[in-house]
Write a protein that binds this ligand. Structure first.
Ligand code: GLN
Length: 192
């Protein structure tokens, strides 16, 4: 059966995720307004793309999409979140910044690499994927995790990818490096 993936398309790098997911046989539906979420149980999973998390959070709230998404994720809908998406999921943000969905029990620091290291690529190990070409763009870091969160990747001593129940969250952009293994991993979770 073709999985139906809701891709948050308010802002940021959503088209790149759609291309990868569609190349793997998924059907993507762009989520731009609340009605796009109906019926919410018709979705097999969700993608929260990178971009600017403060803008995404404001739009989600203004468009009344925060609650239905939060409920779906809290009830177990698989989600793949990258960069700004990770920030939206985090239960706690450093410097007391406002939390959006709050379903992932981690603390996140935004723009953790500062200005000089705004963007960079690294070949890293992510879970069982060796040598993954990870693109970091003004990336956050995960600075605290609760006990039941599984760390998938560490770079320079900092956690940059985690899995918690139905939620996979990455500080980097897996959709930009021409390597679809993380999306395959997500779709395998969706199918399970
Ligand atoms: N710096 C962005 C933020 O704080 C995230 C960057 C990204 O998604 N590549 O929201």
């Amino acid at each position: 059966m073709t999985p139906k993936i809701g891709v948050l398309a308010l802002q940021g790098a959503f088209i790149e995720h759609e291309r990868v997911l569609e190349s793997l046989g998924a059907r993507c539906v762009e989520l731009r307004k609340r009605a796009d979420l109906n019926p919410i149980d018709s979705f097999d999973g969700f993608v929260l793309p990178g971009g600017e998390s403060t803008v995404q959070r404001k739009l989600l709230r203004e468009l009344d999409m925060l609650e239905p998404l939060r409920d779906a994720i809290a009830q177990g809908a698989p989600v793949l979140a990258t960069c700004a998406g990770l920030i939206l999921l985090a239960r706690k943000l450093e410097r007391g910044e406002e939390v959006a969905l709050g379903t992932l029990p981690v603390a996140v620091e935004r723009n953790a690499y500062g200005r000089q290291l705004g963007s960079f690529q690294r070949r890293i190990k992510v879970g069982d994927c060796e040598d993954f070409n990870a693109t970091f763009i003004r990336a956050p870091q995960i600075v605290e995790v609760s006990l039941d969160v599984r760390t998938l990747a560490v770079v320079d001593g900092k956690i940059v990818a985690v899995e918690y129940r139905n939620q996979i969250a990455l500080a980097f952009h897996p959709e930009l490096g021409g390597d679809s293994r993380i999306h395959q991993f997500f779709l395998a979770r969706v199918a399970a």
